[in-house]
Design a protein around this ligand. Structure first.
Ligand code: SAM
Length: 236
């Protein structure tokens, strides 16, 4: 039986496509072959559904997983509609090179959600209900972790201790590397929690670098955080 988690609607249940993930994290199809990948939080994104065919194994973790496809579908629809309305009200806050306009961004979100929902129905084993900062996964159990649009973005509701604990947990699970995007918060400024979090990770002996990526939606948010040297790291 799945454990019930409190799912805060403030963490918007929208997801990106596989192609957007490639640009956000600066990874290419060839980087995925033969690897085991964790997408956390997976949300209603299509990365896992597509990557599962290109990798040894791909797994998505999110506290919102567990309900029926119908319930998740309704939640996704409401979240996408709310997002598109917000974008239509104030498009000038974003850079539109990637999507062109709010309606196209909505089409991307709906395409990702459809692909996710179909895969969630047919391959439930790829979608694990769990919440950072504690994952029910063994140390070094995946090669690469991708973490998009939660850490740093929601720094108004996830505090400094949560960020450090979550990053250490993701680094524990990753055998090779952890990538996080974006480094900017919802106010579009670089998160004030970035520098102190990086400092804590370096103190634990992890290598942390910023890599430029070919994706920009929040103005100036064009870097992913790459944490390496995670092999054997036990999270403490
Ligand atoms: C905006 S979505 C991002 C989804 C996907 N990574 C992407 O970039 O498209 C944020 C997700 O974070 C999830 N979330 C909220 N709290 C979490 C936690 N403590 N641990 C892991 N995921 C969490 C939410 O359920 C939601 O699906």
């Amino acid at each position: 039986m799945s454990r019930e988690f409190e799912v805060d609607e403030d963490y918007r249940f929208i997801g990106r496509t596989f192609a957007e993930y490639g640009r956000m994290f600066g990874i290419e199809r060839g980087d995925l072959a033969d690897r085991v990948i964790l997408d956390c939080p997976g949300g209603p994104g299509s990365f896992t559904a597509v990557a599962a065919r290109l990798t040894r194994r791909t797994l998505a973790v999110d506290p919102a997983y567990g309900p029926s496809v119908e319930r998740l579908s309704a939640r996704c629809r409401a979240a996408v509609d709310r997002t598109v309305s917000q974008l239509q009200r104030d498009p000038s806050r974003f850079v539109w090179d990637e999507y062109g306009d709010p309606e196209t961004r909505g089409r991307y979100l709906r395409a990702a959600a459809e692909r996710f929902l179909a895969d969630y129905a047919t391959h439930p084993g790829r979608y694990l209900q769990a919440a950072l900062p504690s994952l029910p996964l063994p140390t070094d159990s995946v090669d690469l972790v991708l973490s998009g649009n939660l850490l740093f973005l929601y720094d108004d509701r996830l505090d400094a201790a949560f960020h450090v604990d979550a990053m250490l947990e993701l680094a524990r699970v990753a055998r090779e590397e952890l990538r996080v995007f974006p480094l900017h918060a919802l106010d579009h400024e670089e998160s004030a929690l970035l520098a102190p979090t990086v400092e804590r990770l370096r103190e634990r002996g992890l290598t942390v670098e910023r890599h430029a990526v070919p994706y920009e939606f929040q103005p100036g948010a064009t870097e992913t955080l790459v944490v390496s040297g995670t092999a054997g790291f036990d999270g403490r």
